[in-house]
Write a protein that binds this ligand. Structure first.
Ligand SMILES: [Fe+2]
Length: 213
C-alpha cells in the first residue's frame, strides 16, 4: 500500500544524503503523503477530471508535499529544546525546503511549484509567498483542501482526530483559506459511497500510529 510514497521518499532521502531522520518520521511522512494523494486522486478522477499532465502533477505533488519536514524533523514535533514560537517558524520553512529538495532531485518545475505553494491561503494569508486566489497554482489549491482534511481526521500526538463531520465544519468555517469551488467539490466527494475507502484508510492509519487506540 505504501508502494509509491515510500519508494519515492526513500529515493529522495538517499539522493540528498539526509541523515538523522527517525524511522517514525519517515513513516508518518509517507503515510500522510499516501493519504493525501489518495484523496486528491479520487477528487481528480471523479470530479475535477484534469488533463493527463495535471493529473500526474497532482499525484506527485500530493505524495511529496511535506517532504521538506524530513529535513527539520529533529527540531519540530515538540522535541529537543526548540522553543514553541521558534518551532512554528521553523515548521513554516518546510514548503520552501521541500521545493528546494525536489528541484535538486530534478523534479519538473510544475511539481516543485505545487509543493512550494501548498500552504498558500486563497485570501493571501498563507505562506511562503502570500499568493492570492488564482495566482496560487491550481495543484496547490487542490492539495490545500485535501491536506487540511487529512490532517484534521488524523490522530496527532497532541490531539485526537476530529470526526468527518467536525472536520468538514471546521473547513467550512475557515473557507477563506480555500478555493471555494474546490472546497465545494471536495465536500460533494465526501458524500459519495467511494469516500468510505478514504475513511477506512484514515481509520487504519490512526490505529497503526496508535496514539490513542
Ligand atoms: Fe505541509
Amino acid at each position: 500500500m505504501y508502494y509509491q510514497a515510500g519508494k519515492e521518499i526513500k529515493r529522495i532521502i538517499d539522493m540528498l544524503k539526509i541523515e538523522n531522520i527517525e524511522d517514525s518520521d519517515i513513516i508518518d511522512g509517507t503515510d500522510h503523503g499516501e493519504l493525501v494523494s489518495k484523496i486528491v486522486m479520487m477528487l481528480a478522477d471523479k470530479i475535477l477530471k484534469p488533463d493527463d499532465r495535471t493529473r500526474e502533477v497532482l499525484n506527485n505533488a500530493a505524495v511529496l508535499h511535506d517532504v521538506g519536514k524530513l529535513k527539520i524533523s529533529k527540531n519540530i514535533y515538540g522535541r529537543g529544546k526548540t522553543l514553541q514560537v521558534e518551532e512554528a517558524r521553523l515548521m513554516r520553512t518546510h514548503a520552501k525546503l521541500g521545493a528546494e529538495m525536489l528541484a535538486t532531485c530534478e523534479y519538473p518545475d510544475d511539481v516543485v511549484e505545487a509543493v512550494l505553494h501548498h500552504h498558500e491561503s486563497y485570501d493571501g494569508s498563507g505562506y511562503p509567498s502570500n499568493l492570492i486566489g488564482e495566482n496560487i497554482p491550481y495543484v496547490s489549491r487542490v492539495i490545500k483542501v485535501c491536506d487540511a482534511f487529512a490532517a484534521l481526521v488524523s490522530d496527532r500526538p497532541y490531539r485526537r482526530a476530529y470526526n468527518m463531520a467536525a472536520a468538514k465544519k471546521m473547513m467550512i468555517d475557515d473557507n477563506k483559506d480555500y478555493d471555494l469551488r474546490i472546497l465545494t467539490y471536495f465536500l460533494d466527494l465526501t458524500n459519495e459511497p467511494e469516500f468510505s475507502e478514504i475513511m477506512d484508510l484514515v481509520e487504519e492509519l490512526n490505529r497503526k500510529h496508535g496514539y490513542y487506540r
